[in-house]
Design a protein around this ligand. Structure first.
Ligand code: P6P
Length: 330
């Protein structure tokens, strides 16, 4: 029997589109363009040690974080790949304080893109896996050009979510609500090939908890107790300190990833709209759970573009146990 044909991401996107009679192709084009941007970013990330692109760009982003040249490059690649296609009405990026309008010379479309162009970039020099995270919504504002209203939508309204992990290989994982599917970049042909169809988080999965335990003393009593109980139950700690890498391992192996609120960061560190919400859509579609400590990330109503949130992602029973432990904090 002939081997299964190589399924490129373009073929997969078209197959998915054909299952949606209302699909116009615009949505598929956006995913296609994000895959192109991912290939370009992957090339630079993998050459980072070889060209004078590593190191600080001598700037700081809206969060006061040192902008690495690769951050800037990745942000520009995402913008330049998608700004002119006529499918988007507005964009938002972790690297840019305000909503990013579609330039006047280009038409606007019915979709919205929020992204973290290169998460984990503080690890660039150490050759630790980095990632791009993206979230796609439908335009809801009335005017021709989009704006903040289109960006401040809750996670359950997302049409699609995905990430790229630039690691030992470059993988793109996405969902449109019809399963979670992973593609591995074959550099020799420059194609993302379907390598992980229908991803599901193992449950119970491996006994792994992932959190920066250096902050233990800043945690609430409930958070401290919950982590103590995981250790007593024989869980191992795995923490890379790069969100996409820690998430990808959790999706593949099971366990729980946590970035709690604490005394120093009462709202948590990670961002709701372009980090927590897309990853929450993916893990819930893969049969896992997400939480801000009280309930699903997908039900959080956004108030600000760069708002932060406590974040828990993992196998459903561990998320439920964590929420119960945190409720004891009152
Ligand atoms: P901490 C990387 O800087 C990042 O934004 C995420 O990728 C990662 O999960 C988190 O911060 C790590 O933060 O406080 O543990 O160093």
């Amino acid at each position: 029997m002939a081997d299964d044909p190589l399924v490129t991401i373009d073929r997969h996107i078209i197959d998915q589109e054909r299952r949606r009679p209302e699909a116009t192709g615009a949505f598929s084009n956006i995913l296609h363009d994000i895959a192109i941007a991912a290939k370009i970013i992957s090339r630079e990330v993998n050459r980072a040690g070889l060209v004078d692109i590593v190191g600080s760009a001598g700037k700081f982003n809206v969060h006061g974080e040192d902008v690495r040249k690769l951050d800037e490059f990745a942000d520009e690649v995402m913008f330049n790949t998608l700004d002119h296609t006529g499918h988007l009405c507005v964009m938002a990026s972790e690297e840019v304080e305000d909503p990013i309008p579609i330039p006047d010379e280009f038409p606007c479309g019915n979709y919205v893109l929020l992204h973290d162009p290169l998460d984990g970039s503080s690890n660039i020099e150490a050759n630790v896996s980095l990632g791009t995270i993206f979230s796609i919504h439908r335009k809801i504002s009335k005017g021709e050009r989009g704006g903040l209203e289109d960006l401040l939508q809750p996670g359950h309204k997302q049409l699609a979510a995905g990430y790229v992990v630039y690691g030992s290989s470059t993988m793109l994982v996405y969902t449109t609500g019809a399963g979670v599917h992973g593609f591995t970049l074959e550099p020799s042909i420059g194609e993302f090939l379907l390598s992980h169809p229908g991803m599901k988080i193992p449950d119970p999965g491996k006994k792994i908890y992932s959190v920066n335990e250096a902050y233990y003393k800043r945690w609430s009593p409930g958070q401290q107790k919950a982590v103590d109980e995981l250790k007593d139950a024989g869980f191992s700690l795995r923490y890379i300190g790069s969100l996409v890498a820690d998430f990808h391992r959790t999706l593949l192996y099971g366990g729980i990833f946590m970035y709690p609120a604490d005394a120093k960061s009462p709202k948590g560190k990670l961002r709701l709209l372009y980090e927590a919400a897309p990853l929450a859509m993916i893990i819930e579609e893969a049969g896992g759970g997400s939480s801000n400590g009280a309930g699903s990330i997908l039900n959080v109503e956004p108030e600000e573009l760069h708002q932060r949130t406590p974040l828990y992602l993992g196998t459903r029973h561990l998320i439920e146990a964590m929420e119960a432990a945190l409720q004891s904090d009152g």
